[in-house]
Design a protein around this ligand. Structure first.
Ligand code: GTP
Length: 315
């Protein structure tokens, strides 16, 4: 059994070490999607098959992310996520979320929608209730599709995952196999941290390009993984998309639409040009500002034409 601390004892530790500010991450998802496996893999680097489904735990763990020591407190929400009361309290506690579903289970995928709604709802309430609004920033939610190693059992496609991530406003989307790769698992926690930093005081005063650089660094591979042939397969299965990828994709689509509309404008112009030349209309007669002085019947003719409703031919 994995060692763990209760929420109270971890808080006690923090009191003894006041300088250490933990990074509080909550793992959410339907039962059986691999939440405990994900956390334990991150902390111990090992994949452990079975866990007690009813234990709710806070793990404390420290590791280096982007050259910075990060003190994680990871809450592995257990059992039935329908029990809203404790869930809501935990949501208020967390600074970042990892929302997990299994690509082999459509129900777990749909459950992410509801859980993201709960996160938004509780965070918004907290923000409204707080007088220190500046201290509470947007809480990043990373969407994770787990168990991609079970290729034959897949029920949720990559595209569906990407789409859902965009729809429900997650900061990035990963497809991973906890069983096959520690590298992919590390990537999930690293992104949670990076996006949290961007939303926090860290990003204030930094240029947009610095922030973009921080978020779009490529995944670094863990040394232990490079020697494992199984992982090579898993790494090729690993997918990760950030908000920036989604934004680029959106811009591309809009670019295509714009060029379509431009080309349709061009078509209209071309059509007009063709219409005026192909039909070989005779040039409009030039209008004389004043009626010709010579020719006595001209004013009468003009009058009669106007009465028939065709003033243009009067000239
Ligand atoms: N094939 C495969 N199985 C996995 C993977 N990750 C987890 N599992 C298995 O999925 C089952 C459920 O994993 P858990 O980590 O207990 O899932 P959980 O979401 O914590 O479930 P609860 O504790 O009930 O909330 C276990 O049998 C794991 O071995 C994976 O990447 N691939």
């Amino acid at each position: 059994m994995i060692s763990m601390t209760s929420p109270k004892s971890s808080l006690a530790k923090l009191v003894l070490c006041p300088k250490v500010k933990p990074f509080k991450v909550m793992i959410l998802g339907q039962s059986g999607v691999g939440k405990s496996a994900l956390v334990v893999r991150f902390i111990t680097r090992r994949f452990i098959g079975e866990y007690d489904p009813n234990l709710e735990k806070i793990y404390t763990f420290q590791t280096v992310i982007d050259n910075e020591m990060v003190y994680f407190e990871i809450l592995d929400s257990a059992g039935d996520p329908q029990k809203c009361e404790s869930l809501e309290n935990h949501i208020k506690w967390a600074e970042a979320f990892v929302l997990v579903y299994s690509v082999t289970d459509k129900c777990s995928f749909d459950e992410c929608h509801r859980l993201k709604f709960l996160i938004n709802y509780n965070k918004r309430r907290r923000r409204l209730a707080s007088s220190l609004k500046d201290n509470i920033h947007e809480t990043p939610v990373v969407l994770v599709g787990n168990k991609v190693d079970q290729v034959g059992d897949r029920m949720v496609t990559t595209e569906e995952g990407q789409r859902r991530s965009k729809e429900i406003g997650c900061v990035c989307f990963h497809e991973i196999s906890v069983r096959e790769s520690i590298d992919q698992v590390y990537g999930v926690f690293r992104d949670a941290r990076r996006f949290w930093r961007v939303g926090s005081k860290w990003s204030r005063g930094r240029s947009e390009s610095d922030i973009t650089k921080a978020l779009t660094r490529p995944l670094s591979r863990a040394a232990s993984d490079t020697t494992d042939p199984g992982t090579v397969i898993a790494t090729s299965l690993c997918r990760r998309w950030t908000e920036f990828d989604f934004e680029e994709e959106r811009e591309e689509i809009e670019g295509v639409k714009r060029s379509d509309s431009n080309s349709s404008c061009e078509n209209v112009d071309q059509f007009r040009a063709r219409a005026s030349t192909d039909s070989r209309l005779p040039p409009r007669p030039t209008r004389s500002r004043h009626p010709p002085t010579s020719g006595s019947n001209t004013p009468i003719r003009r009058m009669s034409v106007a009465m028939r409703g065709n003033s243009s031919s009067a000239y």
